[in-house]
Design a protein around this ligand. Structure first.
Ligand code: SF4
Length: 759
């Protein structure tokens, strides 16, 4: 047993809390506090603390499984890989390359996401690849790109939050989804800042708020427009900023003025005095932020809703200013990096667009293939899953469990069952893996090294701490083997660092430029914010036109803290950390809008320090201006009616994570959150004659789910809530609506019409 401590990161959410792992006598690891990582400073939620339990779980897969006569049975790796190879080859021959689908996940490391996209396009030649992150934050990504020309969840580090004057938190329950992040809000309040929480439920996060607005689900767009109306009416716009840094204001202003406060009160249920108080608290301080999460984003108008909140920031001069702006709180562990490296249906590594000829040439050159051989954009996640068994005949799936997590899940389960062939890589027999023809057991977080990019855009190194059990292989090894068996001998290394070196070259010059980042830097600097080109930036000249640097005290050990402290010393600490730079020939420059936020004027630097803060000089649009979008309120795809008179909204509980594939295998977490429930207001419960714990059936046009009643005044009387972590009778996603946002292709998870009955 090695007597070492391995600094690494949690396997679950996008906060990517730092933790230390120490070896145990039985060959496992224990989690120990890691106070040097600035994001969580040692704090962990119950999921992070208990994460090693999944490594040694008795239900862990330790052998490949193949289906014989309808039953999954243990098999050798050779047989399992042989079956996958044969099925994919046959499908391509008989139905064409697009009959092979690939479905990835937001929990895959950057290296795996990159390799999976390359595998789909180079080995299979299919356009049909997307991933479950499409269900997570695609509307925020689309909204950010429209307005700012670039999507990075938070364009500033979390450490800025306590120093701003006001935060509007829209549709996020941080207290349950990422508890260590709650301290940023409590510190904000301790510093005198104001917190406004917008959520149909009075969550544990909402209880911390100075103002809690509880709009009717699906009306966040109208709410943002109503606030902007009041900003204009009360003369609180920043006209100089609008003139200098934005475009499209007149049209957006006219749209907002059509949403007068009394109308917005009728649509949302939020009173006019509450709207006015929100505007006052948001506009009076020097700085303010809007942070959104899945509430406003998982709607069939999610992109427009995000645009409306960004409009509010632009009109008040908040975006691209120190300690201010709009940000999205990404959910999955690598929700940010997972969308940057090519597993999205429409994107290539470096966050490049698949239909951009220059991007295709660049990536094809790195991959050593003809650009014309790369397929074009494919279907989005729900559309891909909906095409299973018809246009798509065989599917390779990694790090996802759509039987539980997809909208209209019973229908998707049937589509999966109708496939000619399904191969799944997983660590346990998830509900989706249980339907597969071949299941491959793969390594977990503590058994492999790789990088992830957290919700701040901070690239992190997750380190291998223990040897995986006998019979387990990594996803990279799986793709290497399958590529070779399908005729591509080279280009699919199994060493994560080797993959990362190629990813650096592929991303060079793109919006998400990683070319200046190395494993060595990640280890020594505790993470680096992208964009980080291989070239050092020109020294900042400062002067009257330069925005003031953010007023903050850098935390020791952060990328930003390292750079700032080094700059004060007249040298860049990163200088000594870079080995020979294989990406140096690419000669990339930071994308428009990316400022080397922390370098002090006059500081010479040989290595780019990364970019904790974006847009301080200009946005990443062609003209450098932030773009207002012209948006108007529209109803949900499915409004309540006589047959389905109640709204359902869904979300997470603190002790479970996403589809629960891992956390439902941890005793301590199951004890804390053993199953689904239906949260409803006492008035609705009274109408139903239901008492606490009674079995309720929630019925939508797509199916029926049953769970015990949890009666509380913390939810609106017209709305019920169900967590979505469980399969079977209590599966909330049986009910949810797959109506898609026209831009992001995000399904409308967050609100649909249901009726509630005694079961
Ligand atoms: Fe931190 Fe998220 Fe892991 Fe909890 S689940 S310890 S909040 S990274």
């Amino acid at each position: 047993m090695q007597n070492t401590v391995t600094p690494t990161h949690c396997p679950y959410c996008a906060l990517q809390c730092g933790m230390n792992l120490t070896p145990e006598q039985d060959g496992g690891v224990a989690v120990v506090e890691r106070p040097d990582f600035p994001v969580n400073r040692g704090a962990l939620c119950g999921k992070g603390r208990t994460a090693p339990a999944v490594l040694s779980s008795s239900v862990r897969l330790t052998s490949p499984l193949v289906r014989n006569n309808g039953v999954l049975e243990p098999a050798t790796w050779d047989e399992a890989l042989g079956r996958i190879t044969e099925a994919l080859s046959r499908t391509r021959t008989e139905h064409g390359p697009d009959a092979c689908g690939v479905f990835g996940g937001g929990g895959l490391t950057n290296e795996k996401a990159y390799t999976l996209g390359k595998f789909a396009r180079v080995v299979l030649g299919t356009s049909q690849i997307d991933y479950n992150g499409r269900f997570c934050m695609s509307s925020a990504a689309a909204g950010g790109i429209k307005a700012f020309g670039l999507d990075r969840g938070l364009p500033f580090p979390l450490e800025d939050i306590p120093k701003t004057g006001c935060v509007i938190l829209v549709g996020s329950n941080l207290a349950e989804t990422m508890p260590p992040a709650l301290r940023y809000l409590t510190e904000l309040k301790a510093n005198g800042g104001k917190l406004i929480v917008i959520d149909p439920r009075r969550t544990r996060t909402a209880e911390q708020a100075d103002v809690h607005l509880a709009p009717r689900p699906g009306t966040d767009l109208a709410l943002a427009l109503g606030l902007l109306h009041l900003v204009v009416a009360e003369g609180r716009t920043d006209e100089a900023y609008i003139q200098e840094r934005t475009s499209g204001w007149e049209e957006a202003r006219a749209a907002a003025m059509a949403h007068w406060p009394e109308l917005v009160e009728r649509i949302t249920g939020v009173s006019v005095p509450q709207l006015r108080e929100t505007v006052r608290l948001f506009c009076e301080p020097e700085s303010a932020m809007v942070l959104t999460a899945r509430g406003p984003e998982q709607q069939s108008k999610g992109t427009d809703t995000v645009g409306a909140w960004i409009n509010l920031c632009l009109a008040t001069g908040r975006a691209g200013r120190p300690l201010s702006g709009y940000g999205c709180l990404t959910g999955q562990g690598n929700g940010q990096g997972g969308r940057e490296h090519g597993q999205k249906a429409d994107q290539l590594p470096g966050y490049r667009k698949l239909d951009d000829p220059a991007a295709r040439r660049h990536v094809a050159d790195v991959w050593g293939v003809d650009p014309d051989s790369l397929p074009g954009p494919g279907r989005s996640a729900y559309e891909l899953l909906d095409a299973l068994g018809t246009d798509i005949r065989a599917l390779l799936l990694m790090a996802s469990n759509p039987v539980v997590s997809a909208p209209r899940a019973a229908h998707i389960e049937e589509r999966i069952k109708s496939l000619d062939f399904l191969a799944v890589c997983d660590v346990v027999l998830s509900e989706t893996a249980a339907l597969a023809d071949v299941v491959l057991p793969v390594t977990q977080w503590a058994e492999e090294t790789g990088t992830l990019t957290n919700l701040e855009g901070r690239v992190l190194l997750r380190r291998r701490a223990i040897t995986p059990p006998e019979g387990i292989r990594s996803d990279l090894e799986v793709m290497h083997e399958l590529a070779a068996r399908l005729g591509v001998e080279k280009g699919f290394p199994t060493d994560p660092e080797e993959v990362f070196e190629e990813l650096r070259r592929a991303s060079a010059g793109g919006p998400a430029d990683y070319s200046g980042i190395t494993y060595r830097r990640l280890a020594e600097e505790n993470g680096v914010f992208w964009p980080c080109p291989a070239e050092a930036p020109e020294p900042q000249q400062g002067g009257a036109d330069a925005p003031a640097p953010p007023a903050r005290k850098p935390l020791p050990g952060t990328a930003s803290g390292t750079a700032s402290a080094a700059a004060q010393d007249g040298e860049d600490a990163a200088l000594d950390l870079l080995p020979d730079d294989p990406a140096g020939d690419a000669g990339p420059t930071a994308p428009a809008g990316a400022r080397q936020g922390d370098a002090e004027p006059g500081a010479a630097a040989a290595a780019h320090p990364g970019t904790p803060r974006l847009f301080l000089d200009r946005f990443a649009t062609p003209d450098g201006r932030g773009r207002f979008v012209t948006v108007t309120h529209r109803p949900l795809a499915e409004e309540p009616d006589d047959e389905y008179p109640v709204l359902l909204t869904t979300g997470r509980v603190v002790a479970q994570y996403q589809s629960g594939a891992q956390t439902r295998r941890v005793d301590e977490l199951n004890a804390a959150a053993p199953g689904p429930f239906v949260e409803l207001h006492p008035r609705l419960a009274e109408r139903l004659g239901a008492k606490e714990g009674d079995a309720l059936a929630v019925v939508s046009r797509r199916g029926r789910a049953t769970a015990p009643a949890r009666i509380t005044t913390s939810i609106r009387p017209d709305t019920v809530f169900m967590p979505f972590h469980w399969p079977g009778e209590g599966r909330a996603n049986t009910l949810t609506n797959p109506a898609l946002d026209p831009t992001s292709r995000m399904p409308e998870f967050k609100a649909c019409a249901v009726r509630v009955e005694r079961a």
